[in-house]
Write a protein that binds this ligand. Sequence first.
Ligand code: HEM
Length: 204
Amino acid sequence: MSKGTERRIARFSVTERTIHWMAAICFLYAALTGLALWSHKLYWLAWVLGGGSTVRGLHPWGGTFFALVLGFMFRQWASQMGLDSEDKAWLRHAYRYATNEEEGLPEVARFNGGQKMLFWLQSGSTLVLLASGLVLWWPELMPRTLLLAAVLIHPLAAIASIGGIILHIYMGTAAVPGAFRGMIHGWVSPGWAASHHPKWYRAK
Ligand code: HEM
């Protein structure tokens, strides 16, 4: 079948993709400016991103925008991200997915257990980042113990979040060919849908 006549299975709507890519842009900006402020070894990032005071001034705004967009992402996907017993069984055997031996794994619907875990990791870590970030934004208004807690918690939550997104980018680009097209153009091939999300494909 030629490319032009390839059957298309709708995967993500325009709204879903717009929210996703806005979250990705805000996340990258907040993460890179945050890393520049965190370690002097990464301060060169500040020069790339407009200088020290620009980065210091805009990092909290980047983080706030990211949290806001993630709120929209939460509203659009939370009802589809609940983990059922099949997702839990899938997660227990996720190493088989990682080694491409998917036989015997429970069939996946629209999102697999790993994708659902990423969603909850990002939702939780974003809440923690926002709360601790607000404390760090107005240090003069905060009690000392709260400020110390925020100094510790903010980078830990950022590391968890950045680690999760590095894995997510790898899965969405290199590890699962065809997934990126779904998030760019909104559709996937029937073969991709049947092999990665068979339960969802059959319900279409
Ligand atoms: C910056 C580079 C990013 C790339 C290349 C990327 C890529 C993708 C792709 C290809 C999908 C579709 C997967 C599928 O159809 O099964 C997806 C879905 C998703 N993305 Fe991203 N993404 C990025 C950043 C982010 C960020 C920053 C967040 C949120 C913090 C995020 C959250 C999600 C969620 C919750 C889903 C749905 C569940 C999943 O597939 O994991 N993404 N992404």
